[in-house]
Design a protein around this ligand. Structure first.
Ligand code: C2E
Ligand code: CA
Ligand code: CA
Length: 733
């Protein structure tokens, strides 16, 4: 218990101790007043009318009481009778009557003698005080009929006021001591209201006394209905106030309830908002924002607890676009939702499964002992997602490619670990999908390198860093040059020569291949035209130019090529476009339409890298194609395995049957050349004849017209001289 509380308790006890003596003091004073009244009471005045008035006061008036709303108190109309007694008879009679009335009404309030006596005492004391003050104003005779109006009215007011203040004041002091509350608030709370009854009682008593006087028993009886009317009017008035107060209370309650409901709805909405901000609407999974929050927490924890580890898995569905395109977005959405549920079931309560958008999901494995745990979990998830899905009557299959990043790498930023898991996921995709890869720093270096390559590529076209090399295509029948394949080259200002094997795929991913491919086409067509213009012997040369799959999806590709042909004045017959086998086969139907459009320009078409994709024979004969280019991998392995030689033979037969010719790529040895010639392959291309060379070297080659017949190669020569010339040229560049 604090010191202050002890002090307060002491004070309270002190005040409570005062209450009892105070009550006794009032009782004694009341007794003294009664004694005084009895001694001075003019007993001659006691008549039937007095007894009637006295009994009315004691029996009736004290029973008719009014409760004051909210003030927790009752008032009676007995004061009016006491005032009347005072004015019609004498002060002593009023004092004695007050004592009797106080006792009676006290008995109704309490059974405790002390309280009953106190009520009587207070009533007696206050009446004594009132009569004493009236004595000062009116003299010994209180007969108002002999007084001027002003004095009479003043006397009535003083009578009401003194009785009111004295009576309520004495009781309020008692209440204040009992409840340990200050006097003024106690008094105003309980008795401010009751002033009305005192003044009304004084007014009624004054009115009767001054106009009627001592006119007989019936006049006194007359006061009863008057006082009753006054009482009931007042009662009604209080009822109204009570009703209004109740209404106000009800309205206040309703307002509070409405306010509560509004606050509740507001809170509900704010939740909802928070939920929407942190969850994915389709799957209800946490979104990137919530995952980031959780990642921040585990990153902090990993910094504080040495043996705490976590992992992030980055999942991307393989071929999800195909499912969406072929079965529609509704089934696509269903698949994502079902995958979300499977993922949730595959992980522990403490892990977080989030959807990052599209078909990308991320999983935070919160607390792992070892990297093995993350791998095991990934394998379980891969297996779970690879099971068939039954969606609206369709059986759908998909597999995820997953990248894993571990907290042991040391991360500060949630974005960094997500980025690394994403990078690892890309490596998994590259490795052939449906598998997982763990992130390591070399991946990061590669990713950074790739990003730099991308930025540099965007600038390379404007800065004219590209040029074209030409690789001869040789007629194996005659050993003469039949044309060139145009191959793009990039001379980076800082990094030097960059191989197309390195940058073409990046250019395709960023769609930069579209302007780049057109540039190569324009540049090589211009060059070919120039060669043809230089010598009529060159007029039958064919220019082969590679066309990317991305270019093939351009709706205005045919028009663009037409424009270039017109611009450069190249005869369309001299142009052959090479399209990779996998590209044409992936979208066979649309490819057929596009190839027919190109064919209508009068140019030729060839399928590049033939044998590496999955050609459908039913499609192959529908492609308006002139040439199959046998992929280098078969040619280079020809002399080592009969199988590869057999593949080359089969392709050649197939082409012949479909009315196409073949170009064997990657011819490097005389041996290969002999075999290809024996198989009656029409054309060959490879280092044996020439590496790709710049326009200048190609021009020199054209002037020289080399003989590339089998017999022209001496067994000791591994490759043709111009190839060496190119190498030295590149070195000097
Ligand atoms: P590709 O169309 O199959 O081109 C043939 C590739 O084989 C060229 O590589 C060429 O230098 C190489 N090659 C030719 N003979 C031999 C040989 O005897 N042995 C070996 N080992 N390789 C030989 P390059 O120039 O590095 O081009 C690589 C690929 O980049 C091309 O393969 C083609 O797919 C793409 N590419 C090159 N230029 C362009 C272009 O302008 N547009 C498009 N879309 N792709 C291009
Ligand atoms: Ca090619
Ligand atoms: Ca090729």
């Amino acid at each position: 218990m604090g010191n202050k509380q002890v002090e307060d308790n002491k004070k309270l006890k002190g005040r409570l101790r005062l209450n009892k003596p105070y009550m006794w003091l009032i009782n004694v004073l009341g007794g003294v007043a009664c004694l005084f009244a009895l001694l001075h009471f003019p007993s001659a005045q006691v008549d039937l009318r007095f007894l009637l008035l006295a009994s009315l006061t004691v029996i009736v008036s004290s029973r008719v009481s009014v409760r004051i709303p909210r003030a927790n108190t009752t008032i009676t109309v007995s004061d009016a009778f006491i005032f009347l007694t005072m004015l019609l008879y004498n002060p002593e009679a009023a004092i004695l009557l007050a004592a009797a009335e106080g006792t009676c009404s006290g008995l109704r309030l309490s059974k405790t003698p002390r309280t009953v006596l106190f009520n009587a005492g207070a009533m007696t004391c206050s009446t004594f005080l009132t009569t004493s003050v009236l004595h000062l104003i009116l003299g010994p005779q209180f007969d108002l009929r002999h007084q001027p109006y002003s004095i009479a009215i003043a006397a009535i007011c003083v009578m009401g006021l003194v009785q009111y203040i004295a009576n309520t004041g004495l009781v309020a002091v008692c209440l204040s001591l009992k409840s340990d509350q200050p006097l003024w608030p106690t008094w105003s709370k309980h008795y401010l209201w009751s002033s009305v009854t005192y003044f009304a009682g004084a007014a009624v008593a004054g009115l009767i006394a001054s106009s009627v006087g001592m006119i007989g028993l019936y006049a006194v009886l007359l006061t009863i209905p008057m006082i009753s009317i006054l009482y009931f009017t007042y009662y009604k008035y209080l009822e109204d106030i009570r009703a209004t107060a109740a209404q106000a209370e009800q309205a206040e309650r309703e307002r509070a309830e409405a306010e509560h409901a509004r606050a509740e709805a507001e809170r509900e909405r704010a939740e909802q908002f928070r939920y929407a901000a942190f969850h994915d609407a389709l799957t209800n999974l946490p979104n990137r924002a919530l995952l980031t929050e959780n990642l921040k927490a585990v990153i902090e924890r990993a910094k504080q607890e040495a043996d705490y580890q976590f992992a992030v898995l980055f999942l991307d569905l393989d071929r999800f676009k195909n499912i969406n395109d072929s079965l529609g977005h509704t089934i696509g959405d269903q698949l994502l939702v079902t995958i979300a549920r499977r993922l949730e079931h595959s992980v522990r309560e403490t892990d977080t499964v989030a959807r990052l958008g599209g078909d990308e999901f991320a999983i935070l494995l919160n607390g792992i002992k070892h990297s093995e745990d993350a791998i095991q979990m990934t394998e379980r998830i891969q297996k779970e997602i690879s099971k068939p899905f039954s969606l609206s009557g369709h059986e759908v299959f998909t597999t995820p490619s997953t990248g894993i990043a571990l907290s042991v790498t040391g991360y500060d930023d949630p974005d960094d670990i997500l980025r690394d898991a994403d990078t690892a996921m890309y490596h998994a995709k590259e490795r052939g999908k449906a598998c997982y890869e763990m992130f390591d720093q070399s991946m990061h270096a590669r990713a950074v390198n790739l990003l730099r390559l991308e930025t540099d590529l965007r600038r390379a076209l404007e800065r004219e860093e590209f040029f074209v090399h030409y690789q001869p295509i040789v007629s194996l029948e005659t050993g003469t040059l039949s044309g060139f394949e145009a191959l793009v080259r990039w001379q980076h200002p800082e990094r030097g020569f960059i191989s197309p094997a390195e940058f073409v795929s990046v250019a395709e991913d960023t769609r930069l291949i579209i302007p780049l491919g057109l540039w190569v086409l324009r540049e090589s067509c211009r060059q070919m035209c120039q060669w043809q213009w230089q010598s009529p012997a060159n007029s039958s040369l064919i220019l082969s130019v590679n066309l990317s799959g991305k270019q093939l999806t351009q709706p205005d590709l045919v028009e663009q090529i037409e424009v270039i042909l017109k611009e450069t004045h190249l005869n369309p017959r001299c142009l052959k476009l090479e399209i990779t086998e996998s590209v044409v086969m992936e979208n066979a139907e649309s490819a057929i339409a596009m190839l027919q459009g190109l064919k209508a320009l009068g140019l030729q078409l060839s399928i590049d890298d033939f044998g590496t994709g999955y050609s459908s024979l039913s499609y192959l004969h529908r492609f308006p194609v002139d040439t199959l280019k046998i992929d280098r991998s078969f040619v280079s392995q020809m002399s080592m395995s009969d199988e590869n030689a057999e593949i080359v033979r089969t392709i050649k037969t197939l082409a012949s049957n479909l009315g196409m010719d073949v170009v064997a790529e990657g011819v490097e040895t005389l041996e290969q050349l002999k075999q290809l010639a024996a198989l009656q392959c029409e054309y060959g291309q490879g280092y044996l004849f020439s590496k790709p060379v710049d326009a200048e070297a190609a021009t020199a080659l054209l002037a020289k017209r080399p003989d590339w017949n089998v017999s022209a190669f001496s067994p000791t020569r591994e490759s043709f001289v111009p190839a060496r010339a190119v190498v030295s040229h590149l070195r000097s560049a």
